[in-house]
Ligand binder design. Structure first.
Ligand code: GTP
Ligand code: SF4
Ligand code: MG
Length: 409
């Protein structure tokens, strides 16, 4: 994960007066002692950079700056350094404490606004003193979002993460590839699309269309077959394909036909990576092993299609989960924008691939599950796990496989 180039990471700057708790906040977010904290004003003298995976945002670079309210030559030098950072951040957090907001902070927000950089106003140290209603009303629109928190107790740090997620520029979420990064130019990807009674008439579904388009963009070759044509297709290739991707529902049959040394996964798992957070959802999948009689399972779909026949969410996943766990589970279903505020009744959330949704919203759902302590997985991961081919279906994604092994250990 640390291999994401610095330039591709979302840059988030922490700004504010000395001693408001910028460094403490960075440590609270990262849960590490990245930056030195002390009661002495002016502790941070040079910017401190911390690249990390910030759930639910993905790869980010935090920059903790020196407090910039001090005067004199030293103060001006620090201000110059801080301006250089204002110039290169994608998001700014202006840190203050209750009763601490003044023209200095207004100036910081204005500097960010001039650069079209969204600013989160973060009022820290609320464990010491709450934010007065009058000041809250005033700060509500000072920046793009207002959060109150305590770096000391951790209260509100989750809201800061969510605010950063909401304000992150859209292109931060669009830079990923669905499949073309897994298939070199001119190499072949075999896409297995069974045409059965559940297949929509006269067309193929969106994740499949998206994968084909992405392969074309990557100058790779897409060989599209039905499951019963797979063996013949593989026999006809002079070199093995770089990847086989199947509809999850044909996983078992396809796994039997694809030689073990050929990487194989499903469209739904590709979608978890592209439209969600594969590593987090892989970790969530492990909770399937702990499901017991009477546990409630939430099945969530982003679009509001009408369930037909052996619908995957209503019939197949409940059946596979029941067979795998041997438990009698209670299933609830939500579609579209419905996603419960209270997740506590559920032992696990099984989400669809979110092909019609946007990634930001999916990440926000994953984040809410995490905050509520409820594991979240997805359709393809659940099916692969229930069928006992999880490791194989994750082999194309080393970091996900690693997370799975780590979580099991
Ligand atoms: N009570 C309380 N104290 C805090 C909180 N956050 C930080 N502090 C304390 O405030 C002091 C300053 O914290 P720092 O994190 O060093 O502040 P800073 O903004 O990085 O300061 P400079 O680097 O000097 O600009 C330390 O004594 C911290 O322990 C908080 O949420 N609550
Ligand atoms: S949004 Fe979800 S349920 Fe709807 S087609 Fe896409 S993956 Fe399937
Ligand atoms: Mg500091």
């Amino acid at each position: 994960m640390q291999s994401t180039p610095k330039a591709l990471r979302l840059h988030i700057g922490l700004f504010g007066r000395r001693n408001v708790g910028k460094s403490s906040l960075l440590n609270a977010i990262t849960r590490q002692q990245v930056s030195i904290v002390s009661a002495v004003a002016g502790t941070t003298t040079d910017p401190v950079e911390k690249p990390m995976e910030l759930l639910p945002l993905g790869p980010v670079l935090f920059v903790d700056t020196a407090g910039v309210d001090d005067e004199g030559a030293l103060g001006e030098l620090r201000m110059q350094r801080t301006r250089a950072i204002l110039d290169r951040v994608d998001l700014g957090v202006v840190v203050t404490e209750p009763g601490g907001w003044g023209t200095f902070e207004d100036g910081l927000v204005a500097e960010l606004e001039q650069r079209n950089v969204p600013a989160v106003v973060a009022v820290n140290k609320i464990d010491e003193r709450p934010l007065a209603d009058e000041e809250r009303a005033r700060l509500q629109h000072a920046g793009s979002e207002l959060v109150t928190l305590s770096a000391l107790t951790g209260e509100g740090v989750g809201s800061l993460r969510e605010a950063l997620l909401r304000l992150a520029p859209a292109d931060h979420f669009d830079s990923r590839r669905i499949i073309s990064d897994l298939v070199p130019p001119r190499a072949v990807a075999v896409l297995v699309i069974p045409i059965d009674k559940e297949a929509p008439k006269g067309r193929i579904i969106l994740p499949q269309v998206m994968a084909i388009r992405d392969l074309l963009d990557g100058e790779s070759l897409a060989l599209v077959v039905q499951d019963r044509g797979l063996r013949q297709a593989l026999d006809g290739l002079r070199t093995p394909p770089a990847l086989v991707v199947t509809d999850s529902q044909a996983f078992e049959r396809v796994a039997a036909d694809v030689p073990p040394d050929v990487p194989m996964t499903s469209f739904s798992i590709l979608m978890a990576r592209f439209q969600g957070d594969l590593v987090e959802q892989v970790r969530g999948t492990l909770a399937i092993g702990q499901l017991a009689n009477g546990d409630r399972v939430l099945i969530a779909e982003t679009c509001t299609h009408h369930p037909i026949g052996d619908d995957i969410g209503r019939v197949k996943i409940p059946k596979w989960l029941g067979e795998y766990t041997g438990a009698s589970l209670r299933f609830s279903h939500v579609q579209g924008r419905d996603f419960p505020d209270d997740l506590s009744p559920y032992r696990i959330v099984v989400h669809c691939g979110n092909c019609t949704g946007n990634r930001r919203e999916m990440l926000s759902r994953i984040h809410r599950c995490r905050e509520a302590g409820v594991p979240i997985t997805n359709y393809g991961l659940t099916i692969a796990y229930s069928l006992g081919i999880f490791a194989r279906a994750l082999a194309p994604f080393p970091s996900a496989l690693e997370a799975w092994h780590a979580a099991r250990a």
